[in-house]
Structure formats: structure tokens, C-alpha cells
Design a protein. Sequence first.
Lengths: 412, 412
Amino acid sequence: MGIVVQKFGGTSVGSLERIENAAKRVLDTLKRGNRAIVVSSAMAGDTDGLIELAKRISEFPNEREMDMLLATGEQKAISLFAMTLRKLGCPAVSLCGWQVPIVTDDVHTKARIMKIGTQRLRNLLEEGYVPVVAGFQGVTDDWEITTLGRGGSDTTAVALAAAMGADCEIYTDVTGVFTADPRVVPNARKLEKISYEEMLELASLGAKVMQIRSVEFAAKYKVRIHVRSSFEEEEGTWIVPEDEIMEKVAVRGITVDTKESRITVVRVPDQPGIAAKLFKALGEAHIVVDMIVQNISHEGYTDMSFTVSKNDAQKAEEIVNKVAREIGAKEVVRDDRVAKVSIVGLGMRSSYGTAAKMFEVLSNNGINIMAISTSEIKISCLIDEKYAELAVRALHEAFIEDGEEIKVENES
Amino acid sequence: MGIVVQKFGGTSVGSLERIENAAKRVLDTLKRGNRAIVVSSAMAGDTDGLIELAKRISEFPNEREMDMLLATGEQKAISLFAMTLRKLGCPAVSLCGWQVPIVTDDVHTKARIMKIGTQRLRNLLEEGYVPVVAGFQGVTDDWEITTLGRGGSDTTAVALAAAMGADCEIYTDVTGVFTADPRVVPNARKLEKISYEEMLELASLGAKVMQIRSVEFAAKYKVRIHVRSSFEEEEGTWIVPEDEIMEKVAVRGITVDTKESRITVVRVPDQPGIAAKLFKALGEAHIVVDMIVQNISHEGYTDMSFTVSKNDAQKAEEIVNKVAREIGAKEVVRDDRVAKVSIVGLGMRSSYGTAAKMFEVLSNNGINIMAISTSEIKISCLIDEKYAELAVRALHEAFIEDGEEIKVENES
């Protein structure tokens, strides 16, 4: 008899009717002979409503008090969830983070889980109860309430599954992880399995199914995650260790991210220390730089481009303008209309020609590449934003729909 | 430098604007050189909204889960209150019941406070913080959340004041305790002081200013309570030990209660054990009986009347009908249109003619008395409901406005 941690997101518990629907998914799990631990987010809209109240008091509300306030959202949801399970004849007990306890560090509004007490959960399971645990929240050693940051309920679920040696089901409003965004690519198909590393790259590159930290946590503790819809019965996508995946395709999925801006410093003297000066100034302003490209120099000068989040673009431009004057650069050019299109797949490690094929597909569609960055299992190209959807569709067709052309060596 | 516990009810924190208004009352207290501990109820409407949600799931929601749910109301209010104090430049820290801790027994939805930990509160006060404590809630020794029942925030405030050796201010939507309901008696005046015993009688008899249990608690631990309006600056009413009250008038206040029904069992055989049989049956059905009147017997028969809450009247009538058949009574008559009018005052203990004067005032106004009950410091008469307001006004005029006629012996 296995233990399954079942996590329901805000839309899955967005009304009493939806909570009842979610509770029935729990009963199904019990009927299949498993034991269940529920993790619930706040009801959709509740957290936003609480944040709005706090923002009306102060632009920057005290973070410790913010955690006190936000923690009420999940507490409300779990008590209603437990009442609903009881109404359906299933003994259930709701638990706040501090009652489990889920112990975190003391970084309010973005705390990290340090340890989880499992004795109370084990006792409840043995007595036949379904524990219904508040996601997103924890408690410090000093009995202060903390929250784990947006999407933190995923982390709660994965951490509980790790602590209890359980599988983890993430119920959400999509049916799984897709090879590309189905709204952009009608031929996108749902993946049966994906590795932690591939999921991490996809999540980092804009796929919104799972919070990045929860996938990191799952990878570290080898927790098997089943991402599925709370509104449909069909199987979703399993996020699993790499060795569970038989078919290592070169490209597992394709993403596009239009939330970055490109900043180019034109005609920079090509001397040691110039890049350091530039990026140190940005780092001190807490601006995260993503892609960085430096061309070869001509007559002692070079151009340097990088991308930052659009939210930080204006601030970054001001900082770079200041540094550019100091280092004698010609000018600074900012472009907000760029898109980063990426292909991700474990098989890339041992396949040939993947990068070349990506560049060829883009070129054949008349799309110019402004910058390139790679990791072991992904290739990203920066392109003009207006070609974003075209690029994703063309790459999907070439790599996923006609993917057989790429050779993947068997690693075993 | 004294410590003042300041309790704000639901209407006093019913919006962010009202919370700010309440927070300013706290700043005033600090400016006068005191330290303050805030106790807050849930924002007006929040608790009712949560109850409604639970009732939509089940007519009788699990009480342990009900406490989990309801406790979120105060937690939300205290975090917003602490944020507001901080915005106004006052360091503040909100605390849930379990964080204080306020330890209770495990009777969910109507728990009783067993002990209060004061170390964390003392530390916060010494570090210059205003603790903002959630009213109405506590925690068991097993770390389960409990609530104290309706009006429980008053009890939290009084208990904290007792534990900290502090005075207690109850901020509410009236300016104090009046000699009678000002909506009925335009000449009613606000009392400067009232004793615990008088307040208890008034609260039991229908005055809604303070919850009865909180007054009992205050009497037990000699906590001085100042009941006042959160919307007006004027002094309210002090509820204090009897020995602090110089002027022991015969009648401190007059109340009326129209929430009872009278049930009469006609022509009961006047034998030992009949009354016991009747009231045992009612007791087993958890029905609280208030006034009981038995007339002298005629030819071996008597009539027996008693009052119960209107909510219980139908159930009581059914039970009594059954017993009446068993004991051979003639019939059972129920009257919902009755009112209990009462006069309350410490001085009654040592004054003469108070009862006689009350009966005379009612008689002079053509009001028939259906039943009488007395305690050491109160006299209640059951009358026809249609005379309720007339009776209160006439008694107020006779005892309060022209009160000098009653002699009060000095007890000291």
C-alpha cells in the first residue's frame, strides 16, 4: 500500500463545488488501496484579495505580517477541504504548516523548508485519517509563520512526498506537460514522461506548469511527480529521474519567452575589465542578466549585448548608460521587441547536428538570430518578437513531428 | 507606567479605515505613557461569511475543522492591524492564540482558557513592540486550534489583562453601559461605574454590551474594565470591584428581555416528585429553564409555569405535553408574547421596599405580573410583551430619574 501526496492548486479548490470534485479524486485514490495526504493552495482569488488589502495599507507591508495574513488563505481552504471529505464519509484532519510541522528558515515571504516532522502525519495515516496540509506555509524554530513564495504549494507537496517516501500528484488546470504551448502549436502533444532536468529547463524558459524550486526539490530527493488535470480523468505527465526514461529524444519540448529585453553597448573598447565593470554595476542593482553575447573585436573595439527581464530593462539601460560613458563606448541601444525561442532535450547531449538544424529551420523561415546561448540539454536563440510564434511552430514541426531525423546514441 | 489591554470588536475593525482609527486609539494610549496590548476580533462580517461557507458544506460541520476555519478571521484582522500600526510608525507584532500561547481545554467551538503564557508578551513589550493578539482563539496542549464561542474576544482581553496585571479597555459601538436601553428610554444615562455583579445581572438579562463569561472572568481576577466607544473620545463605563463604588444605589439599571416564552401546565396533581419529573425531562433535552412559578394548591391540584428561550419553546412544549399526560395534568398552554422586565442594583441588598415599589409602578400603569423571580441584587417580573417598553420607561422614571426615594443603608 503506497502513500500518495495529492496537491490541488487554487483553481482546483476555487469554489465549494470544486473542492468537492477534488475531494472525490482523493476518495478514488483511497479506493485504489492507497493512503492519501492532501496539500491545498488557497482558493483562487483569496491570496490576491489579501495582498490587495495589505497594499492598501502600505506599498511595502511588513513581510512578517504579510506571512501572517497570507497564511489564512490556505488555512481556510484546508478546513473546508477536510469538512468536505468528512461529509463524503472520509475521516480527515486539516493541518497548518506549524502543526505538521513544516520547519523553514526565517526569510519571510520566500522561506525555504529546512525539515519536516512526519510523526503526526504517520499517526494520522495509521488511524485512517486523510491529513489535509496547508501548502505554501511553514513555521520557524521561533514559532513564526512563514510562506514559501508564489507557487510554494508545489514545493510543500514535493517536500512532503520526499519526507514520507510517497509519490506526488500535482492537480492543476492543464492536463500535463506539452511539447509546446498548445495555444501556439495545435500539433503539440502531451508528454507521457519528462526528466527533472528537462522540466527544469522548460520551467526556466517560460513553461508555467510547475514552480522551478519544487522541481529542483523533486530532483534532489527523486520524488516522482504526476502532473494532471483536476477536471479530467486522463493520465497526465510524469516527471521522473532520467534513468526511468527509455526514449531519450534529442528535443523534448520547445518554449518561447517574450519577457526579456536586449541591451547592446555599441563600440566598447576591447580591454580586460570592461565586461566585469558593466555586469558588476548591474549585479549591485540586483538585476539578473540572462544571455550575454560579445562579438569579436575590430580595430580594438567590440559590441556587447545581453538580455534582462523587461521589468528591469529601463533600470538596466540607465545603469549601462552611465557605465558606457565611463568606459568610452559609443552608444547604448535597447530593444524590447525580442523573443527567446528554445529547444530542450536530454538526448541533445549525445546527438549530432541539433544546433545546426535549429539554425537552418530558423533561416529557412527568414528569421535572423540575434544571439545564441546553450546548456548541455538546451539551445536558445534570440529573435525578433514578431517571428516568435512562427519559430515555435517551425521548430516543433522539424524536431517533434518529424523528429526521427536526429540521431540519438544509446547511452547505456 | 501601566499596561492597558485594548480590545476592538468586529465593527471597530470592520474596514481598513476603521482599523486605522482603532490604531490611533492605541497610539493615544502610548502617548499617555502606557504600554499597550491589542486584542482584535475578526472584521465585521468575516466570521459570518466563514460560517455560511461551512454550513453550505454540512448542516453540522465538524467542530474541530470549524475552529480551524473561524480562527482565520482574527488572524487576518491582527496582521492588518499590525501593518497599520507599523505604517503609523509604531512597531507592532501580531500573535495568533497558539503563539502567545493562550492554552485552552479541548472543547471545540466553546473552549475555556486554562492558562496564558506571558513571557513572549513581556519580551515584546520590553523591546518596545505593541503585541496584537487574536481574540476568540486558543490552542490545546496537543496543538489543536480552539475557539472560545461567540463574544470570546472579550474573554481573551480580560484573561490577558488578568495574566499581565493590566487594565482592560473594551472598544465597541456604544459609548458605555446605560441605565436602560437608550433606544427605549430617551432619559437613560450612561453609568460612570458599575460592579461586576450588577454587570453580570444586566448581561444575563439581555444587555448586550459584554459577554457574560468575560465579566465572570473579570470578577474572579479583579480586572478593571473600561467599556467605551471606538468612534467617540468620551469616557465610557468602568466595570470594577464592588468596593470601588461609593454610591450604592438600589437600582443601577433596568433591562427587558423578550426572548423567552412561558409554558404553563394546568391542573397538576400537587404531589412530591411531579416538578422533578417535569424539569428532569427538560434538562435531559438540554433546555435551560429560567423563571419557575408554582401557585398554592386548590383541592390537591396546582398550576405550574416556567419560561424557556423562544428557540427552545416548541421542543419544550412537546416534552411537557408528554409528561403532562403521564402525570394527569389537564393541559399545557404556551405563550410566546411575554417579556421579562428586571431591575438590578447592589443597593437592593440593604434597601427596603424596592420590590413593593416595582410592583406598584407596574400596577399603576395597568400592567399585570405573570411571574416574579428575584436574586440578591435583582427583581424580574414577567409581563405581557405589549407592555415591555412602557414598563421599562415607567420603572426608569421611578427608580433612576426619581431614585432618591429608596433608602440605601451604608454597608461600611
